[in-house]
Write a protein that binds this ligand. Sequence first.
Ligand SMILES: Cc1cc2nc3c(=O)[nH]c(=O)nc-3n(C[C@H](O)[C@H](O)[C@H](O)COP(=O)(O)OP(=O)(O)OC[C@H]3O[C@@H](n4cnc5c(N)ncnc54)[C@H](O)[C@@H]3O)c2cc1C
Length: 244
Amino acid sequence: MRVLVLGAGVVGTTSAWYLAGAGHEVVVVDRQPVAGNETSFANGGQISVSHAEPWANPHVLPQVIRWLGHEDAPLLWRWRADPAQFMWGLRFLNECRPAHTRRNMAAIVALALYSRGCLQALRRELALEYDHLERGILQFAAVTNPLKIGYSTMALIGVKADGQRIEEIARQIAAFDEVIYLTITAGAYNFLVEVTCMDNAHLLRFLTEHLYGVEGVREAETFIYLDIVKEIYAWDPQGVTGDR
Ligand SMILES: Cc1cc2nc3c(=O)[nH]c(=O)nc-3n(C[C@H](O)[C@H](O)[C@H](O)COP(=O)(O)OP(=O)(O)OC[C@H]3O[C@@H](n4cnc5c(N)ncnc54)[C@H](O)[C@@H]3O)c2cc1C
């Protein structure tokens, strides 16, 4: 079969290579004078097999709204009367649902593992030489302990509130600077609210002026932290991306 590959980036050139290997007659066309001169030119060079978060995920939507109108946005959406683009947008939104995101992430990892195998085989076959490391990628996450930087008072507050306006009240409480964590809960309290304050006087101001100032807050019980014994931040709690 005669195949025309449009674009000589990393995808076009490798596709052409495998197609030619499968016995097809392949022509690669590019608007640039040399191959790999656009997105594939001088990128980060990381083969991040385990970094498999799909763009379509539940957390991307607020970002996409913020990025609208920015030409340098990582995910660029230009408004135009194009039904195909509109349908693509709807499909993208559908894939942002948590169950779809998990399924897509697993599929991306499987594809990435397969692709890494292909790359390793290609390097052996063609004796491709370039500087590379295969020690995995170490990601650092710095999490500040508020107690160490002057916020000497941390507390968990159980809040009882007007049951018919739970979500609205939760949003109002979450908006306060002192609040670092808020969950809506079943049980004796409607919310568990974690706060950091400079001192007890600050906590008192938060309780009296902020928390009890929110219409619908009925009762609060405050548990002041004496020490933090365990605090973990797992990157991959479900082991979805397992491989390194
Ligand atoms: C700053 C940056 C850093 C990145 N870092 C990484 C990284 O560390 N690891 C990683 O895995 N990925 C990284 N990426 C992503 C990665 O570079 C891209 O996913 C990949 O290069 C895309 O390859 P491609 O062949 O699809 O596209 P391209 O490399 O853009 O190839 C498309 C080709 O099509 C040609 N073309 C387009 N339109 C026409 C036309 N109408 N007629 C003729 N030719 C046309 C273009 O000239 C181009 O050569 C990075 C991207 C950027 C921008």
